[in-house]
Every structure is written in structure tokens, then in C-alpha cells.
Design a protein around this ligand. Structure first.
Ligand code: 5AD
Ligand code: SF4
Length: 471
């Protein structure tokens, strides 16, 4: 058979080729081959890992949770320095495992960290036992790279500076059939001055709406109830497409898909959140009333230095608008402390927004200097000591306000999409409200994937203990 030219078919061809080799190894070893996938970072990476896992399963690998496996992959993140360090730490440890297996283990690295030239240099120099390295733009080529490695025996490093065309995925079996993530766009054009994402994920590229709708329909046919539309900045969806389509327009298309009960999306950039989107959300009974709206800082001066294109007042106005249109909406956020030049007054501004906005939860980060970003070259980098002090203070205020806000549904009844058996108490199940809050209640595995009416008896900070009500 000739190697297909169409990329998706080409990868299916290489999956088949790998499968033949895996089968041969199974016979030789007298057992199935295992794969361990370890993911760092954001939802995008988890989604990519899910696709990789599906391809590996197609090849005959059996997924495992341990690094003592025949194929081990680290899908890396580089948004903050400590993520990089963790990967180097894990690589250091896995060397011994590979040796124990007489080198018969394939170690692969992919993801955002691999898009940084200094990382690749270091891997070439000091991590010769890593077998395959690829980046964010050629994840879909994993099968081909693995085949090359299996047939050549040498280290394969394939990193692209930028994306070529958007390649539609090889169809995959998904782990959570009731819940699916879908990329609607890739990359980011915002260049927030602290952030490395635009450099490692490339320019913003939206997928065609038909392709997205087709994928979601397939998931729903396979039993999905909920879909999460993923992008670094979903609010600017469609801007690079030839035809006129907005994110709000795309959401409307999603609403026309029969059987799809919950539609989620993330992440929203405050500067691009339109009135049209708020209206579409408010009028829909299927778009979840939850928005992840990163604040980053509450100080207009710092926001300007961050290149965020909104002020403290504009952010708060947006929150008011959202709450006026949807009184029960949950707003979650990301906040960075210790951006260069930040002082205690700036932190007070941030705390002020936290109190006024009433976030349901907030991810808080200490600023991490990323080489190549404008902020890394700024003067007045904040000392460790100030950073930690401000971080702890922020955490205190976030916890106070978020706990109070989350409790607002106590005593009410609401739909919970059940995700799993509770880890600690097997007589209970765990699921999520429309607004993404976690709920635990008595139940069994038969409820997984169903939306159950639950009375929210007691709020325990950031989650609820409830009880199913007969409908
Ligand atoms: N340092 C700390 N936090 C960062 N983020 C992005 N870049 C950095 C950085 N250099 C945070 C932002 C973003 C989240 C995904 O990670 O808050 O919204
Ligand atoms: Fe990074 Fe800003 Fe793009 Fe988010 S919007 S990925 S913080 S550059």
C-alpha cells in the first residue's frame, strides 16, 4: 500500500504500521504492551493527551498509571518555570526504569515546553535516552514519529516553528463518553507581556464551524451530554476565517444539535467578550452559566503593563453586565501576583476586585519569568519575599469570598451530571452542577453520565454534599 497523502489517512496508515510492530512485540514478550501518559498544564494539553492515548490504544497499547511502562509520554507545559522543572525531575527518575528494562522502553516528550529552543538543546545534550520529541504543531504526527523510532532506533526530534494547516483528528474513542472536549481554535494573538503561549502555540487559527459541528454531533451520537469548547481566547473565534462567524454564532450552531444538554467553553478574554455572547448565553438553557474570565490583576496600571487592554473598571462593568443578564452565573478567574513593578497598592486593587466581583473560584499564580517575553526584560522584578507575602494574602481573600459565593445554592435543587464514583466513599458519586461546582451525593455507578436532580444540602467551601431527589 502506498503511503496516503491526506494527513489524517496518513496517520491512520502509520497507526496500522505501529500496530503490526506492537503485535510482534506482544508475541515476543508474551504480554500486552503498556503506555503511561503524564500530562502537565491546561485543558488543551489534557485534550491532546486524550487523542494521543486513543491512537496508542489503537496500536494495541494498554494504558497504565505508572511510569514503569513500554511507552511513556510527558505532555509538557511551560507557562511557569516550575512546570519545566518537574519535567526534568521526572526524566531524571525514569532513566533508571529504562535501564531496568534493558532500554526496551520508548520515552516521548511533547507539548509547549518542547517549542523552546533551549529545552531542545538541553534534551539533545543531556537526555540522550529520550526517544521521541515533538511540539505543539505536529501532535497529530505522533504515530508517524513512533514508527520512525521503532524502525530506526535513533532519537527523533521533530519541532515545527509554526503550524501548517489545521489537520482534522484521527477518529478516537473517548474515555468519558458523556463529556467531550473540542478544540475550536488554536494559538493566541494577544501577547500578554508575561505569557509564553503565543510563542509556543503560535498564531490564532480557528477551525471551520462545520468541522466543529460535525465532531460534536459524532460525540453526541456516541453518548456525550456535555461538550467543552476549547481555545486560549474563544471570544475571538472566527476572526481569521474568511466567512463571517463569531463565537456567539458558533454557540448558536451548537444549540441546534439535538441531544447535547450542556455546552461549556473556556477561556474568555475580557477584552473580547461581546454583548452578543452575553445575550446568547442568557437566552440559552443549554449553555452553562459559567464563565472563566481571567482578571490577572485588578490594578489598571499593571493591566496596562501586562498588555491586557482593559482597566479595573471595565472588568468590573463586565462582571456587572454578566450578573445582570444571569444572576446565578458563576465567574471564575486567574490572577497573577508579583508581576514586575507591582507594589502593595496594586495588590489592594486586586483584592478590591476579588471582593466586588464575587468569584466562585480563582486560580492564583506567582509571576514566573519566561525567557523571551517582554515582562522578563522589565525592571523592578518583585522579590520572592514580597511575592509570597502577597500571594498568601490574595489566597486568604479569595478563599473567604469564594466560599461565601459558592454557598448561595444551599438548600436548592439542581441538575448534577454524574462523572464518577466518589474516590473516598464508594457509596457516593461525584458530579458537577451547570456552573461547574462539584457535588457529592449517595448513588452508584449506574448514574454515571446521567443528569440527576440533587438537593444541595450542605456547602463545604468549594463543593456540596447533596441528596438525589425523586423526579
Ligand atoms: N507567570 C505566572 N502565571 C502565568 N500565567 C500565564 N503566564 C504566566 C506567568 N509567566 C497564568 C495566567 C493564565 C494562566 C493559564 O496562567 O493567569 O491565565
Ligand atoms: Fe497568554 Fe494572554 Fe494569550 Fe491567555 S490571552 S494565552 S494569557 S497571551
Amino acid at each position: 500500500m502506498d503511503i496516503p497523502v491526506n494527513e489524517t489517512e496518513r496517520q491512520l496508515y502509520y497507526i496500522e504500521k505501529c500496530r503490526e510492530i506492537v503485535e510482534g512485540l506482544e508475541k515476543e514478550y508474551g504480554r500486552k504492551l503498556t503506555c503511561g501518559i503524564f500530562t502537565f498544564g491546561c485543558q488543551m494539553n489534557f485534550h491532546d493527551s486524550e487523542k494521543i492515548r486513543a491512537s496508542l490504544e489503537r496500536m494495541g497499547f494498554v494504558p497504565t498509571d505508572t511510569e514503569d511502562a513500554d511507552f511513556v509520554l510527558y505532555n509538557t507545559c511551560t507557562v511557569r518555570e516550575n512546570a519545566n522543572e518537574r519535567v526534568y525531575g521526572r526524566l531524571g527518575q525514569i532513566k533508571a526504569l529504562k535501564k531496568k528494562r534493558n532500554d526496551r522502553m520508548i520515552i516521548a516528550l511533547c507539548g509547549c515546553m518542547m517549542q523552546e529552543p533551549h529545552v531542545i538543546e538541553k534534551i539533545r545534550k543531556s537526555y540522550g535516552y529520550v526517544d521521541i520529541v515533538f511540539g505543539t504543531h505536529n501532535i497529530y504526527k505522533m504515530a508517524e514519529l513512533l514508527y520512525r523510532r521503532l524502525t530506526s532506533g535513533s532519537q527523533i526530534i521533530d519541532i515545527w516553528k509554526e503550524a501548517k494547516d489545521i489537520v482534522e483528528d484521527v477518529p478516537a474513542d473517548r474515555k468519558f463518553s458523556f463529556k467531550a472536549g473540542v478544540n475550536i481554535m488554536y494559538g493566541c494573538n494577544n501577547f500578554c507581556s508575561y505569557c509564553i503561549v503565543p510563542y509556543v502555540r503560535g498564531r490564532e487559527r480557528s477551525r471551520e464551524p462545520e468541522d466543529i459541528v460535525k465532531e460534536v454531533k459524532q460525540y453526541v451520537e456516541d453518548g456525550a451530554k456535555e461538550v467543552m469548547l476549547l481555545g486560549q481566547n474563544v471570544n475571538s473565534y472566527g476572526k481569521n476565517l474568511e466567512r463571517d462567524v463569531t463565537f456567539a454564532g458558533l454557540l448558536k450552531m451548537m444549540e441546534d444539535i439535538p441531544g447535547l444538554e450542556r455546552i461549556r467553553f473556556m477561556t474568555s478574554h475580557p477584552k473580547d467578550l461581546s454583548d452578543e455572547l452575553i445575550k446568547v448565553m442568557a437566552e440559552s438553557d443549554r449553555i452553562c452559566k459559567h464563565i472563566h474570565l481571567p482578571l490577572q490583576s485588578g490594578s489598571s496600571r499593571i493591566l496596562k503593563a501586562m498588555n491586557r487592554h482593559y482597566t479595573k473598571e471595565q472588568y468590573l462593568e463586565l462582571v456587572d453586565k454578566l450578573k445582570a443578564a444571569m444572576p446565578d452565573i458563576s465567574i471564575t478567574t486567574d490572577i497573577i501576583v508579583g508581576f514586575p513593578g507591582e507594589d502593595d497598592d496594586d495588590l489592594e486593587e486586586t483584592l478590591d476586585v476579588v471582593r466586588k466581583a464575587g468569584f466562585d473560584s480563582a486560580f492564583t499564580f506567582q509571576y514566573s519569568k519566561r525567557t523571551g517575553t517582554p515582562a522578563a526584560a522589565m525592571e523592578n522584578q518583585v522579590s520572592e519575599e514580597d511575592m509570597t507575602r502577597r500571594f498568601n494574602r490574595l489566597l486568604e481573600v479569595v478563599q473567604e469570598t469564594a466560599t461565601a459565593r459558592t454557598a448561595r445554592f444551599e438548600g436548592k435543587t439542581a441538575g448534577v451530571l454524574v462523572e464518577d464514583i466518589n474516590r473516598q466513599d464508594k457509596s457516593m458519586v461525584t458530579g458537577r452542577l451547570e456552573n461547574n461546582t462539584v457535588v457529592h451525593f449517595k448513588g452508584d455507578a449506574s448514574l454515571i453520565g446521567k443528569i440527576v436532580d440533587v438537593r444541595l444540602d450542605e456547602c463545604k467551601g468549594f463543593y456540596y454534599i447533596g441528596s438525589a431527589v425523586d423526579s
